[in-house]
Design a protein around this ligand. Structure first.
Ligand code: CP
Length: 326
């Protein structure tokens, strides 16, 4: 167990070593048990987290805010548009000034090519931990909750379990690449054989792919890329299928939207789920486009773990906050 995570940032999934992630998981399971038993766990009494949002949220806002209250502190919800950021407050001002008011700065900034740089610039100027509530490159807290959920359903020894990270059709908007990128970076460290499936235009960032291959090599796991859902889903233990944008292929939103329309058949339905192992779990970070990205039958079916997965955001985030902000 790595017991000193005080004042550490969590911006990219590999910022914490495997051992440090194991510590986070241990604490998260303990906090989940404490909440189930109604045991007090006010480890962050009088501490305040700034929660700065440049983009909308249901789960992330709710779970960080509830989590801070349950830890005895407070989460201050701040929308970027209600600040002076558009009138000149730079990331340096935010890091310097919020770092003096607050005990942690959590930020969601998903703008392609901007978000991750923004978080790192705030972190450089901040004396308190900066926590990534999702940027254009990573969604590390979602990934920690996903890992916690997989361990609950499949056990702590995940070696040789097949995890599919698949693109899925959704026309609502070009969603960030952060969820699949975090998954392919983190899961090999815990022994899972990852199969990434996407149509050709939905490649992930080349530098993230290189890092994911490196993690798979280092931890002796499989890492494969395929271009159809059926091949990917065969004999899978974990099926994680969600939409993301053609952002590496084109920066043009109109062209991206046109490309997405070619792949309406990339929906997770009962036939495709049946290609996986009988006890395969279906995962999605939500929100999902029901009956477009995934059928109601799968989302609400016996293999779906999406609500446990959403719940685990709370416990995983509380663990990181308690460890870094105390
Ligand atoms: N999964 C997730 O991050 O949900 P929100 O966008 O609602 O926060």
């Amino acid at each position: 167990m790595q017991s000193d995570l005080r004042n550490r940032d969590l911006i990219g999934d590999l910022d914490f070593s495997k051992e440090e992630v194991e510590t986070v998981l241990d604490v998260a399971f303990d906090l989940k048990r404490k909440r189930a038993l109604g045991e007090p766990h006010a480890y962050l009494r009088d501490k305040v987290l700034a929660m700065l949002f440049f983009f909308s949220s249901t789960r992330t806002r709710g779970s960080f805010e509830a989590g801070m209250a349950q830890l005895g502190g407070h989460g201050a919800f701040i929308e970027s548009k209600t600040t002076q950021i558009s009138h000149g407050d730079t990331p340096k001002e935010i890091g310097e000034i919020f770092g003096r008011y607050f005990d942690g700065i959590a930020i969601r900034h998903c703008d392609w090519g901007v978000g991750n740089g923004y978080l790192n610039a705030v972190a450089k100027a901040s004396r308190v931990p900066v926590l990534n509530m999702q940027c254009d490159v990573y969604h590390p807290f979602q990934c920690l909750a996903d890992l916690m959920t997989i361990i609950e359903k499949k056990g702590r020894d995940l070696r040789r379990k097949k995890m599919v990270v698949s693109w899925a059709y959704a026309a609502s908007y070009q969603k960030p690449l952060s969820v699949p990128q975090s998954l392919i970076l983190q899961m090999p460290r815990f022994g899972m054989d990852v199969v990434l499936a996407h149509p050709p235009e939905f490649r992930l960032m080349p530098e993230v792919m290189d890092q994911a291959r490196e993690q798979a090599r280092k931890f002796g796991t499989g890492f494969e890329v395929v271009d159809d859902m059926d091949t990917a889903f065969k004999d899978a233990d974990v099926i994680y299928a969600k939409s993301w944008g053609a952002l590496v292929h084109t920066a043009d939103a109109e062209e991206g939207a046109k490309i997405i329309k070619k792949y309406e058949h990339w929906i997770t339905d009962e036939r495709k789920m049946a290609l996986g192992k009988p006890d395969a779990i279906y995962m999605h970070p939500l929100p999902a486009d029901r009956n477009i990205e995934v059928t109601d039958g799968v989302m609400d079916g016996p293999n779906s773990v999406v609500y446990d997965e959403a719940e685990n955001r709370l416990h995983a985030q509380k663990a990181v906050m308690a460890l870094t902000m105390r």
